[in-house]
Design a protein around this ligand. Sequence first.
Ligand code: G3I
Length: 370
Amino acid sequence: MLQKKQPIALYAALLLLNAVAQSGPLFAQTIPSLRETFKNDFGIGTALNNAQIDERDPQMTAFIARQFNMATPENVMKSALLHPQWDTYDFTMGDKLIEFGKKHDIKINGHTLIWHSQLPGFIRGIHSKDSIQTFFTNHIKTVAGHYKGKVYSWDVVNEALNEDGTMRKSVFLQYLGDNFVTEAFRLAQEASPGTELYYNDYNNEQPKKRAGCIELVKKIKAAGVRIDGVGIQGHWHVGKIPLKDIEESILQYSALGLKVMFTELDIEVLSRNFQGADVGQRMTANAQSNPYPTALPDSVQQQLAADYEALFKLFLKHKDKVTRVTFWGVNDANSWLNNWPIRGRTSYPLLFDRNSQPKPAFYKVIATAK
Ligand code: G3I
């Protein structure tokens, strides 16, 4: 009697387990882990937002800890947030991120010391070289000093180049001249000697911008200042991944003795009438702006998966040179691409959907490791 009942009970238990598993976090724990899969190849990172750093959702925290071993703050270490007034710093959220990293064995990449965007409001009222120089020096010394021994690395300078490889006309270039990049690295090195120091940009896999980036690196090195790596952000578009340029860039940057990282990876599936990731650029919404409000068509889903597969095959081919691959967001719901260059779109650029469930691209990426 008992023996006959056992298989039914077992079957019912399995059904129940399956239903629970597919409905949420348990399922997340049963899928492969990116950090585990690529642990002998390169680090796997994500960008974290306020809610995630604050650990407001324990299931999300567990999910992040299982999938990623490196993290970059999406916003909380930018100067506008860390340095709101001339003499005031607010390290609250940045410090929480450091604790998050310690707790979950996740290395933190500080982002970013010097960037022309998301600057504190008070900068707009400054019109003298001396004051910009003082802000620049104090900011780097104070922030890099505060996180000395706490962050693994810093994006010391972010997006200093134009598409043609010339220097971007930022407030830093305007007042400090083109030596400001070298000086930023020098100050960061002094304030935080054991921390890896990187230059980070988008489209710097493109030949002209890459050439400008190589010039910058050579200049820093010629001044006897340390630079450890270059971040290629990797904000690309579905069906248009510049694989040849990416491979050439891995080779050229690493020939300079630099580590190569993909630091803000996502693949846009929505259209845009320009390339790159200049947050200053915007588009106006129209009837066609948000073509997939409820679901991604299968053809696009498959193309996205194929693109991620091709990228990871390339990263693995050069795993001796590529040290980290960081996705710009944990899941599709978190992506900045839902709000840029048009607010309120529904984008699908990452490996996990809006419920952190794996997309076909996730399985393709995992399979590249076999
Ligand atoms: O915090 C305010 C909030 O108080 C306000 O209610 C809300 C209303 O719009 O805005 C919030 O600030 C937004 C912030 O993200 C936090 O969500 C800003 O408007 C918004 O502009 C900002 O966007 C960030 C963007 O950098 C700004 O520069 C994105 O989240 C972030 O993903 C993006 O990241 C950059 C990298 O740092 C550098 N490379 C390009 C990449 C993508 O643009």
